[in-house]
Write a protein that binds this ligand. Structure first.
Ligand code: DC
Length: 209
């Protein structure tokens, strides 16, 4: 049972994927972290995240980096979006994600291209989205609670920039798979969105028999 959860920045896909994994007892991989670690490693090594060779070298990050809380920052997210446009980086990170997806018993993966590239054979594909304004509002509340000093307008600009880069890159752009279920959470509270996602997975499981 492979569950693919894709969607743009701050759509709530990570929370939804984690809830699905807990509910169905499946391992979960946040694939954005691999790109965040690559961007962080490239930058810390003095490399240029926009240069394919430097970014490719960044994919050899130490495993311990994946637990570094600094990967959760906006800066790391912006670096991740930049290294993720390079086909060589995507290729280098492909097998690791594919192996996770195809492990016995199944898995939940969240990202941008899980349903389209990493696991086109997934049993359930969800595309979680929400309006830019709503995603910015959620991210801004989160950042403010952590003591961040960004304005709502700045956060919205940053999200719009990240969306544009993720959707317009030539290799594996962010887009729903043809057979994905679109879950627009703009008007949903967190729990409602989780419930709708879990119901979609349960339905797919029943259909599989
Ligand atoms: O989901 P996230 O915000 O942690 O992702 C950070 C960046 O990584 C995102 O802007 C694009 C890239 N990414 C990707 O290209 N493919 C994925 N499967 C996951 C993330």
């Amino acid at each position: 049972m492979i569950v693919a959860v894709d969607g743009p920045t701050a759509s709530g896909k990570g929370t939804i994927a984690a809830a699905i994994a807990r509910r169905f007892g499946l391992p979960h991989l946040d694939t954005g972290l691999l790109y965040r670690a690559t961007g962080w490693q490239t930058s810390c090594a003095g490399g240029d995240v926009d240069a394919p060779a430097d970014a490719l070298a960044g994919t050899s990050f130490p495993a311990s980096l994946l637990c570094d809380p600094r990967l959760r920052t906006e800066d790391a997210g912006a670096l991740a979006s930049r290294v993720s446009v390079h086909p060589a980086v995507r290729e280098a990170l492909f097998q690791r994600q594919r192996d996770f997806a195809t492990q016995p018993g199944g898995a939940v993966l969240d990202g941008r291209d899980i349903g389209t590239v990493i696991a086109p054979d997934a049993d359930v594909k969800l595309f979680v989205t929400a309006s830019v304004q709503e995603r910015a509002r959620r991210r801004w509340l989160e950042l403010s609670a952590r003591g961040g000093e960004f304005s709502l307008a700045e956060v919205e600009r940053d999200i719009a920039r990240r969306d544009a880069r993720d959707m317009s890159r030539a290799d594996a752009p962010l887009r729903p798979a043809m057979d994905a279920l679109i879950l627009d959470t703009t008007a949903f509270a967190r729990e409602q969105a989780i419930e709708a996602a879990i119901e979609a997975v349960a339905q797919a499981m029943r259909a599989r028999g």
